[in-house]
Design a binder for this molecule. Structure first.
Ligand SMILES: Nc1ncnc2c1ncn2[C@@H]1O[C@H](COP(=O)(O)OP(=O)(O)O)[C@@H](O)[C@H]1O
Ligand SMILES: [Mg+2]
Length: 237
């Protein structure tokens, strides 16, 4: 039951964008993928090309029947994350996740409770950062009391990188030095991400040549490796 938990200490860093594209990439690689939107905002679906008015099925454990988009089973987990039975089950170490599937959880930056509940079940925690001082300052908040460089389950992604801006370049160098291999990838800032969402289209359809799309695919491959999801057949091909 690999669970990949997508959560950042700061909002607006690209967590939902990354979660959606990671889910689509893994589905394309032949995995059975479930994407769970634990946010009240409910924006994960926009990166799949759905409309704001299209509501998701509530996740009710491994027996739930989903809405499938781009090969990914898409659920809302927000209501469930507020239910005491669900909270108690997770606290008691009982997993609601099926063994054979990969779960991608999108958790809102402010919802540390859900993040802390899911973390023990996660194989990997992905934390998106922006090349902005306020995002870098939030590095101290990724997990209370533990320095970012000591977080063994966490991999960082620098999103909205723009090499034409000095601070962006310097933030990249700083994070590479600080985090080393824990910085598993970077994604360029690309207006096509916003335009595709505004057109209610997945970015691969709206702008197949998008720089951000090329980068998120690279990041997804790195996550696949890091989470041990690459099969021998994949490695040989
Ligand atoms: N690489 C990128 N280039 C340009 N815009 C981006 C990029 N990644 C995300 N965005 C935009 O940034 C905003 C926040 O992204 P989102 O994934 O919703 O963040 P979060 O889930 O962390 O709050 C959205 O408007 C999104 O379209
Ligand atoms: Mg989000």
């Amino acid at each position: 039951m690999p669970l990949i938990l997508c959560h950042s200490a700061k909002g607006g860093t690209g967590t939902s964008f990354i979660a959606a594209h990671l889910a689509m990439h893994l589905a394309q690689q032949g995995h059975e993928v479930v994407a769970l939107d634990f946010t009240y905002q409910d924006a994960l679906k926009l990166y799949f090309g759905l409309l704001p008015t299209q509501s998701l099925v509530e996740f009710r454990g491994s027996g739930s029947s989903p809405l499938a988009v781009a090969g990914v089973e898409l659920f809302s987990g927000y209501a469930l994350s507020r239910e005491s039975d669900f909270i108690e089950a997770l606290r008691a170490g009982r997993s609601p996740f099926a063994e054979r599937k990969i779960y991608i959880a999108d958790v809102a930056a402010g919802d540390r409770e859900t993040k802390d509940l899911l973390l023990p079940f996660a194989q990997l925690h992905l934390c998106a950062l922006l090349p902005h001082p306020v995002s870098l300052a939030a590095l101290t908040k990724v997990q209370a009391g533990t320095p970012a460089i000591e977080l063994t389950k966490t991999a960082f992604i620098l999103n909205q990188l723009d090499d034409t801006h000095r601070f962006s370049r310097h933030a990249h160098i700083f994070l590479r030095e600080l985090l080393g291999e824990r910085l598993i990838g970077t994604i360029r800032r690309d207006e096509a991400v916003n335009e595709a969402a505004a057109m209610f289209e997945p970015i691969n359809k709206y702008a197949a040549a998008s720089a951000a799309l090329a980068d998120i695919r690279e990041v997804a491959r790195a996550v696949e490796q890091r989470a041990g999801l690459v099969t021998e057949a994949d490695q040989l091909s």
